[in-house]
Ligand binder design. Structure first.
Ligand code: NAI
Ligand code: MG
Length: 359
């Protein structure tokens, strides 16, 4: 039972929350007898870019391919390096070249964190987003530019392999959960070629592969977003194309409170390439250097990583530790974004680490 993990803190608060993420992972590993081999890299950061003129060394692909997973902080120093340079030179390369075709985000209302919704109920669902094709294709263009007849076109590309693999992942995830309920985002009433195809493939796969034990339904994306705000506790696993999944995977976590706690996985399920686990937030230049960044998103991302590799006991202990510390909600421990007074990255991360070791 061992995992090789490439650790990339990146920029800004990525460098501040990563040490706490690592301490919690090490605590869980020590307690449950997992061998974690953690190797830190300084590339995929703007500091590296300023020294070397590139975000990553030429051999980054072969270097990182030797690892089971990448544990990633955040990238971006927007005042010094343009965001498209830092993002396209690092994270987006990982997503494409490591075929991380699943973007996975939990939406779960943690104890002690107020939801912005008036009627949140028990929010606990996963958003599965297709991460490689769909609406985000670069096929298209502009003609008659600058004239009254100007036309812009951008095509949506759905492939059978691309659609089937994300739907199968979502079907399997739904099957692993007690509620066994999958909801698909569509818009087949308006987008009349690709979205009916998405719906057909879901129907075909669930029939072919014998998912009779699941409850499977679908919503058009417009009413879907309304339902997430009005009655989020009805959802269990939701799946969407690249665009619809993008919308749902920001809306879902937003309904569960501060951005500082949300984690995310960019997953290559077959394990042919490393998957990447990171907090949803960015490098937060506005609070960087103050030691008050919330470390929960980073720690929870580590928890997702252990869960992904099947280390259920260690992952369960990490999740319980996060929940217990937040439920206690001591204002000298929790960070200001959650209403804490003197709490810091260190105090909150250390409290979670202690719980993992002791509880
Ligand atoms: P951001 O997520 O860095 O910050 C948005 C707001 O949330 C800020 O007010 C920030 O202080 C707050 N915040 C974020 N994380 C927090 C935490 N852990 N605890 C407490 N408060 C927190 O997004 P922003 O400002 O749009 O982007 C800043 C930089 O980060 C840019 O360079 C952007 O490209 C990059 N970025 C990188 C991402 C990644 O590495 N995956 C994701 C999003 C943005
Ligand atoms: Mg987004």
């Amino acid at each position: 039972q061992s995992l090789r993990i490439a650790v990339i803190p990146g920029d800004g608060i990525g460098e501040e929350v990563m040490p706490l993420g690592l301490r919690c992972l090490k605590a869980a590993a020590a307690k449950f007898g997992l061998a974690l081999e953690l190797t830190e890299f300084e590339f995929a950061s703007c500091d590296y870019y300023l020294k070397h003129g590139d975000m990553m060394p030429e051999d980054w692909h072969s270097t990182l391919s030797a690892y089971d997973a990448i544990y990633f902080g955040a990238v971006g120093m927007p005042d010094i390096v343009p965001d498209h340079v830092s993002l396209w030179g690092s994270l987006l390369k990982f997503r494409r070249d490591f075929d991380q075709y699943i973007s996975l985000r939990p939406c779960r209302l943690l104890p002690g964190i107020p939801s912005p919704l008036s009627n949140p109920g028990d929010i606990d669902f996963w958003v599965v987003r297709e991460n490689t094709e769909g609406e985000y294709s670069s096929i298209g263009g502009k003609i008659f530019e600058g004239t009254e007849r100007e036309v812009v076109i951008q095509e949506t590309v759905m492939t059978r392999i691309g659609v089937d693999r994300v739907l199968n992942y979502a079907l399997n995830l739904a099957r692993s959960r007690p509620k066994k309920h999958l909801t698909s985002a569509t818009k087949s009433n308006g987008i009349s070629i690709t979205m009916p195809y998405w719906d057909e493939r879901l129907k075909a796969l669930s029939a072919e592969r014998g998912y009779d034990d699941l409850k499977i339904d679908k919503f058009h994306i417009d009413i879907f977003t309304a339902w997430i705000v009005l009655n989020p506790s009805q959802f269990d696993v939701v799946v969407g194309s690249n665009l619809f999944g993008d919308i749902l995977s920001d809306l879902g976590p937003a309904c569960t409170g501060t951005i500082g706690v949300a984690p995310s996985g960019n997953i290559n399920p077959e394990g042919k390439f490393p998957s990447l686990f990171e907090p949803v937030h960015g490098s937060a230049p506005d609070i960087c250097g103050k030691g008050i960044a919330n470390p929960v998103g980073m720690i929870w991302a580590g928890q997702m990583m252990l869960q992904h590799f099947g280390f259920k006991d260690a992952a369960g202990a990490m999740m319980r530790a996060i929940e217990d510390v937040l439920a206690e909600g001591a204002s000298h421990i929790i960070t200001p974004d959650m209403g804490g007074s003197t709490g810091t990255t260190e105090s909150l991360g250390a409290a979670i680490e202690r719980k993992i070791l002791g509880g």
